[in-house]
Write a protein that binds this ligand. Structure first.
Ligand code: ZN
Length: 154
């Protein structure tokens, strides 16, 4: 049913979307060969708004890949540094609904934007989480203006 839009399995990696970045999660992460259906559905629903936000941030196609384990550095997902032109994001299968999946992807796109700007932000975690909440609740324009403001202060 969702074959054309959902996750596809390639060499044990469940992946959605295609990045033009020269990076494959297999370089650093083992695959989650059997991600939870709940997380897969949540991310499938979160993908279009995340891709839309990425476009507004001046980025290309995003790709999502489930990896083994509960997460990376206390995150349920991780943006791969250096892929901001076409962000690669790896995922644990730990989100439970669409809103959580959207906020997670928006947060990671915040990291991607900071990376693209070459900025060093002291409290980057708090800033990108605020960015994600704003993008979710108040729209992309306001969130991007906020993040631009923080980056400009550095
Ligand atoms: Zn983070």
């Amino acid at each position: 049913m969702k074959e054309s839009e959902g996750f596809v399995e390639l060499d044990d990696y469940h992946t959605m979307g295609q990045s033009s970045a020269e990076y494959h999660p297999a370089w650093d992460y083992a695959p989650n060969e059997d991600p939870s259906l709940m997380s897969m559905e949540a991310y499938e629903e979160a993908f279009p708004p995340a891709q839309d936000l990425a476009k507004k941030l001046g980025m290309g196609s995003i790709s999502l890949t489930f990896i083994e384990g509960d997460g990376v550095d206390n995150h349920v997902a991780r943006y791969i540094n250096g892929t901001s032109q076409s962000p690669v994001i790896v995922l644990a299968d730990k989100v439970e609904d669409q809103s959580e999946a959207i906020l997670t992807l928006f947060h990671e796109l915040g990291h991607a934007y900071v990376d693209a700007a070459g900025a060093e932000i002291e409290n980057e975690e708090e800033v990108v989480e605020e960015f994600a909440q704003m993008a979710f609740g108040q729209g992309a324009e306001k969130a991007i203006a906020y993040l631009d403001g923080v980056i400009a202060e550095q």
